[in-house]
Ligand binder design. Structure first.
Ligand code: T46
Length: 137
């Protein structure tokens, strides 16, 4: 599987750096929620789920972490270590985040508000969901 990345433009001058993510210009979906993960335990993996509809872009704006993506037929592991590198995580994609550095801040731009019903937390159910082409039973 080939992950999709965004490379956001860095605006820098003598004062420092600034990066912009503008929906409709830099990413395709509207941003309806923003959350961030910090103080993550480097020995613990997070995630272990897929989403039915949600689209997201993950950016490690400080420090670094790794993300494992699984589309039901293949997997890939990605390192996020730059505040201008965004990883697109579409729906029907199993994800696990791991190897957080102590200073890591993982920023997530999400297309939908938080809805527990959108989560698929069981891996076998996820595989069945993918086989059905993302349709409910
Ligand atoms: C994802 C990965 C990358 C909320 O109340 N609202 C929210 O918007 C979110 C994201 C979480 N929460 C609560 C639910 C849990 O009690 O925060 C707690 C931790 O959430 P969770 O265990 O789902 O965190 P991760 O790191 O396993 O997964 C999160 C997102 O939930 C998920 O959509 O794709 O980050």
């Amino acid at each position: 599987m080939k992950p999709k990345f965004y490379h956001f433009v860095e605006h820098g001058d003598s004062r420092g750096k600034l990066a912009v993510v503008e929906p409709g210009k830099d990413i395709e979906f509207p941003i309806r929620r923003i959350y961030y993960i910090y103080g993550a335990d480097s020995n613990q993996r997070r995630g272990f789920h897929a989403h039915k509809r949600l689209e997201q872009v993950l950016l490690c704006v400080h420090g670094s972490c790794k993300v494992m993506l699984d589309d039901g037929s293949s997997r890939c592991d990605v390192t996020l270590d730059s505040p201008t590198l965004g990883l697109y995580v579409g729906n029907a994609m199993w994800r696990e985040m791991y190897d957080f550095t102590p200073d890591a801040v993982l920023l997530v731009l999400a297309s939908e508000p938080y809805t527990e019903a959108d989560y698929i937390r069981n891996y076998d159910e996820f595989l069945k969901y993918v086989k059905r082409g993302g349709q409910p039973e």
